[in-house]
Design a protein around this ligand. Structure first.
Ligand SMILES: C[S@@+](CC[C@H](N)C(=O)[O-])C[C@H]1O[C@@H](n2cnc3c(N)ncnc32)[C@H](O)[C@@H]1O
Length: 410
């Protein structure tokens, strides 16, 4: 098969599954390709998902009637690749080969060839960014304003950097030191091939995702419950701080990944696979980290499939689950203990509103604002919550959206 056709074919299959069947990339089987080609297919898929809307605007100028989804995805992929600098000749040949391979679309190979020779991929480079879906854009404009949302969309349009959290004294691969202590790699390639990976001195974790565990300030010997823990980025931080960690999550598959992560880093925790709403604890904890399930709307740059698969209908149920998890977690906290509530969401109903409602339901709770190195004063809110937005530090690659707050009972 011509060079790159297999990876491009796999990318088109992934696009068909996300855009045609509404399936998330994480739930799809990995393409059966060598690791390098598999990674390329994934990269191509994500590049297209970040530009579906502007690519369609460009293609539609050259299409008299809508082609079937599979052919549209071949066209989208080709035009995005050309805009990103791939040589047009190879891209067009691969697109025509892919169109011919499928009996149902082979009669459209001439059209694909003609459209791709007519489009100007440079127009995609300068085109307006892809907008967030309405269900998300509206509440975000309401919460942060149009300008901030446009800045977030610009961050979501770019492939994200990779951030690492380090254990004390560990040597990271060469990267950019961020003010909060994470190390940023802008084009790292295969993570497991980086120096130090096998030694377990660092792990991949967005700079924003590293802050909830820092906010908890776990001390050596303290008993800490990591609630909704898998795949364990925060468990590793807490264990590395010397705490006696109990890590609980409902998902057996994700707990398996957590166990693998602990094995690689040589850290330890007590692992429990259970529904936090049903689990009973026979002890109380000094501190609890609740990284609650949420819309994940703060992580769109890492999950560009999400806007095409989700429609916001899950958010009310998730917000209710978050409140129940807070209430349940508080029953396991020692008097005077600390609870950090965090979500990787940009929606106030999964952040600011949860904090306000928890304070209303539990008059004995108060919010604390610990000192966090590298956190700009304006990221803190008057209520004591910390709101992190993708457009913060945009010039250095941005960060995941998060909300977090530290509560103390009594
Ligand atoms: C945001 S993720 C956690 C990420 C994790 N803290 C980390 O840093 O790697 C939310 C987790 O909540 C878990 N979860 C959802 N509902 C749960 C429940 N009822 N009880 C326990 N865990 C739950 C999911 O399986 C998922 O792993």
């Amino acid at each position: 098969m011509a060079e790159g056709v297999a990876a491009r074919g796999a990318a088109v299959d992934l696009l068909n599954a996300v855009l045609g069947e509404g399936r998330m990339l994480a739930e799809l089987p990995e393409p059966e390709l060598p690791p390098g080609e598999r990674a390329r297919a994934r990269r191509l898929t994500e590049s297209v998902l970040r530009r579906v809307e502007p690519a369609d605007r460009l293609l539609d100028r050259h299409l008299r009637k809508a082609p079937p989804l599979g052919v549209r995805n071949i066209l989208r992929l080709a035009v995005v690749e050309m805009a990103l600098g791939a040589p047009a000749h190879g891209v067009v040949n691969a697109a025509v080969t892919l169109t011919r391979k499928n009996r149902k679309s082979q009669h459209l190979s001439g059209l694909v060839n003609a459209v791709l020779r007519a489009v100007d991929p440079q127009a995609l480079v300068t085109a307006p960014m892809q907008k967030l879906p309405r269900w998300l854009r509206q509440p975000l404009v309401h919460a942060y304003g149009r300008e901030a949302v446009a800045a977030m969309e610009a961050v979501f349009a770019a492939a994200p950097p990779v951030d690492l959290t380090l254990r004390d004294g560990a040597l990271p691969p060469q990267g950019e030191a961020l003010p909060t202590g994470s190390i940023r790699l802008h084009d790292p390639g295969q993570i497991s091939a980086l120096p130090g990976y096998q030694d377990g001195g660092w792990w991949v974790q967005d700079m924003a995702a590293a802050l909830p565990a820092r906010m908890l300030e776990a001390r050596p010997g303290e008993s800490v419950l990591d609630l909704c823990a898998a795949p364990g980025g925060k468990t590793m931080q807490l264990a590395a701080a010397g705490a006696e960690v109990t890590a609980l999550d409902i998902s057996a598959a994700r707990m398996k990944r957590l166990a693998e992560n602990l094995a690689r880093t040589g850290l330890s925790a007590k692992l429990i696979t259970a529904d936090a709403l049903a689990w009973q604890s026979d002890t109380l904890f000094d501190a609890i980290l609740l990284d609650a399930p949420c819309s994940a709307s703060g992580t769109l740059r890492r999950h560009p499939d999400l806007p095409f698969v989700k429609d916001g209908s899950e958010v009310a149920g998730l917000a209710e689950l978050q409140a129940r998890l807070i209430d349940r977690a508080l029953t396991w906290l020692k008097p005077g203990g600390r609870l950090v509530f965090a979500t990787c969401s940009l929606l106030p109903e999964e952040g600011e509103a949860q904090l306000a409602a928890a304070l209303d339901r539990h008059p004995g709770l108060r919010v604390e604002r610990p000192t966090l190195a590298g956190v700009a004063p304006e990221w803190w809110q008057e209520t004591g919550g910390l709101r992190l937005r993708p457009d913060y530090l945009a010039e250095r690659g941005g960060m995941d959206g998060f909300f977090m707050a530290r509560l103390r009972n009594g």
